[in-house]
Design a binder for this molecule. Structure first.
Ligand code: CS2
Ligand code: MG
Length: 405
């Protein structure tokens, strides 16, 4: 089955998504997600100008060979733009193989390891009470795990909190230049420990609670936070510190038993090899779209399993439903799957464009038995939502110093 064309679409049903469609001479096509929030058009150019011409005429079944060709063959390895491009092609080829075999992708990966995929929902609010009320709503809907984020009093905006916006789509909608947000570690500490203390008092110990620090702390500050949160028994503390220097997680690890998760910005296994091998983390959060697709995520999951590290794929609203579908198939298969982040299936506009086959019941998700990834993309509807330049925010300390957003 020969690849005949690679099409790239950018649409913005509230936020930008880059979708790739790989066509074949047998009429079967596959879909992939190449969305790189805030740098979307760089990936579009990379695929159209540099990747697509090399794929025409290749056998669409050669997933591994095409992955190696695009990764090793480029000489300039890794990188967010390069790996998002490879990811979209890889997902599309798995979609094609599934459709050709008339099987859902999880069957091709090795079959089902569980009844369904446990999700964690997001609760956020302007006050601790607001956040806990949202948490209560998710628990009432059947979710067994909830991520809690709350506005930090005294800061203009806080990561993960919607403020006056209706949803994550409105939040991203119009940012022609990067917005700037304050950060104060001191003010954050005052709020965050109280948030989890009150959450446990109100909800008891059965529900899983999670939190995303979004890389705002230094390793020794993360160690302190992990220790302070130990009584509240988190499922994991996410992105406590940046781990460009993977050894820095030794500092956090030697001080706290709070489980640690990281990886949503990672592009390859090399970004997390030491963290996994030295058992410095408990959950690896790499996303199919940002780490080269389904092929390398399977490899990372197998490597992590040797060290008791579970998978917990990134599930933010800036990954398209195509990526979510890819994660669903990996999650159903991976013997060491942990939990999947879940923020819903998008707004009414994105639901017109992406038709998924995932069903959520009592906090557990399942795919249908549709062949391939089980996702459809409406090209005509997508045209109604043209690309809009938009950026992620930039963070600054109170004295103006640029900090980790
Ligand atoms: C996040 C994301 O979902 C998460 O855990 O950290 O919301 C992240 O900020 C965005 O994906 C950035 O593009
Ligand atoms: Mg995160």
């Amino acid at each position: 089955m020969k690849i005949t064309q690679v099409k790239v679409f950018v649409c913005s049903p509230g936020r930008n998504f880059v979708t790739v469609k790989v066509m074949t001479d047998e009429g079967i096509f596959g879909l992939g997600d190449a969305t790189l929030n805030g740098r979307e058009m760089a990936v579009v150019a990379y695929i159209e100008e540099h990747v697509a011409p090399c794929l025409i005429g290749r056998n669409a079944h050669d997933i591994e060979d095409i992955w190696q060709y695009l990764y090793k063959g480029v000489y300039w390895r890794k990188g967010a733009v390069n790996m998002a491009a490879i990811a979209a092609i890889d997902m599309a080829l798995w979609d094609i193989k599934g459709k050709a075999a008339n099987m859902p992708v999880y069957q091709l990966l090795g079959g089902r390891s569980r009844r369904g995929v446990t999700l964690y929902a997001h609760a956020s609010g302007e006050t601790i009470d607001d956040t806990l009320d949202k948490t209560a709503e998710h628990i009432a809907q059947g979710f067994k795990a909830v991520r809690l984020q709350c506005a930090v009093p005294g800061l203009n905006v806080t990561y993960g909190v919607l403020g006056d916006k209706a949803d994550y789509f409105e939040l991203q909608g119009s940012r022609p230049l990067p917005p700037e947000e304050d950060w104060s570690t001191q003010k954050y500490f005052n709020m965050v420990v109280d948030l989890f203390k009150q959450a446990r008092e109100r909800f008891g110990n059965d529900v899983h609670l999670l939190h995303d620090v979004h890389s705002r702390l230094t390793p020794i500050e993360s160690a302190r936070l992990g220790k302070l949160l130990e009584p509240y028994n988190l499922l994991f503390l996410e992105d406590a510190s940046i781990a460009e220097n993977q050894d820095s997680y030794k500092i956090i690890r030697q001080h706290t038993t709070t489980p640690l998760a990281i990886g949503e910005t990672y592009n390859t296994i090399w970004d997390c090899k030491d963290l996994i091998q030295n058992q410095l983390i408990d959950y690896i959060r790499v996303a199919a779209t940002h780490a080269g697709g389904i092929t390398p995520l399977k490899r990372i999951a197998d490597f992590a399993s040797i060290y008791n590290v579970k998978t917990a794929p990134h599930g933010a609203p800036d990954l398209s439903p195509v990526c979510f579908a890819a994660h669903m198939h990996l999650n159903l298969w991976a013997p060491n799957f942990g939990i999947q982040e879940f923020v819903g299936f998008g707004n009414e506009h994105s639901k017109r464009i992406f038709k998924h086959s995932v069903e959520v019941k009592d906090g557990l998700a399942n795919v249908s038995e549709a062949p391939g990834l089980g996702i459809e993309f409406d090209e005509e509807a997508a045209k109604e939502y043209p690309y809009k330049r938009s950026y992620l925010p930039v963070s600054r300390l109170e004295d103006g110093t640029v900090w980790n957003w």
